[in-house]
Design a protein around this ligand. Sequence first.
Ligand code: DAH
Length: 340
Amino acid sequence: MKEQLRQIEEKAKEAISAAADLKALEELRVRVLGKKSELSGILKQMGKLSAEERPKMGQLANKVRSDIETLLSEKTEALRNAAQNARMAAETVDVTMPGTKPPVGRLHPLQTVENEIKEIFLGMGFSVADGPEVEYDYYNFEALNLPPDHPARDTQDTFYITDQILLRTQTSSVQVHVMEHQKPPIRIISPGRVYRSDAVDATHSPLFHQIEGLVVDKGITMADLKGTLELLMRRLYGEDCKIRLRPHHFPFTEPSAEVDVMCFSCHGKGCRVCKGEGYIELLGAGMVHPKVLEGCGIDSSVYSGFAFGLGLERVAMRRYNISDMRLLFENDMRFLEQFR
Ligand code: DAH
């Protein structure tokens, strides 16, 4: 019996050390220590031994059993470690590999120009006002001295929500909102989207951007208007930039002017860009019409003001030498990536 036990232990040792994985080890445990195992068979035969031999053999059998159990748990531990090490090795990240560069966005040229113009005006003590893009006819036309049958409305056909509600055609509507809520002195600019029912081509888009300006105070004159715009253009196009005011008509200003800037390309000599003029038309401006002031509750015998409206696309196209307005709206990355 002693020899049998020794052999059991010997065979178990070999089998345990040869076990390749946890599953094989578990099967082995059942086979060596389970109810039907050789070892259990021996223990059942203990009763046949003499009273003298029984405790000795019992002791030996128990020792064999516990030794095997120890070997099994050691092997289990070893196999687990090996499995974990293998997994860690497989999942190792090589931190020296080159990474993937995340794409970095940049500002749209229209936004860049808008930011620049805002900075220039903030430096002159202006604040930025905002107004709705979906607007009442009253703010977009009527309060700006464009009554329902005014012919100038034809040049600003737009998209109507109802008879009285439309997409604004000009940021000039913000002038009225501001003057209704604020007493002079007023010094604001208002950038934003405007809409007109125009077909798309190189110089037209049904959606474009304007920046409105409005100053109302005691003693404001055309000289303030010219000085302010001259400073703006110098900052935008260089210190030698000159502007020129031509008489014009806008219903909400009197007198009104169209403002041209010296051609950045030929510096006033006349070239292809300015079609030989030396100057390029850039914005509309004028002294706020007394009717507009009065309509907003501002006493036109005490206060006067100037206003101007600037097309942002035009400024950006001049600035970056872009010949087709559509490029600004198509959002082709190959085009936009050039602007840093
Ligand atoms: N709102 C005019 C337009 O869209 C531009 C304009 C002209 C704005 C004269 C003004 C102004 O404030 O005084 O054509």
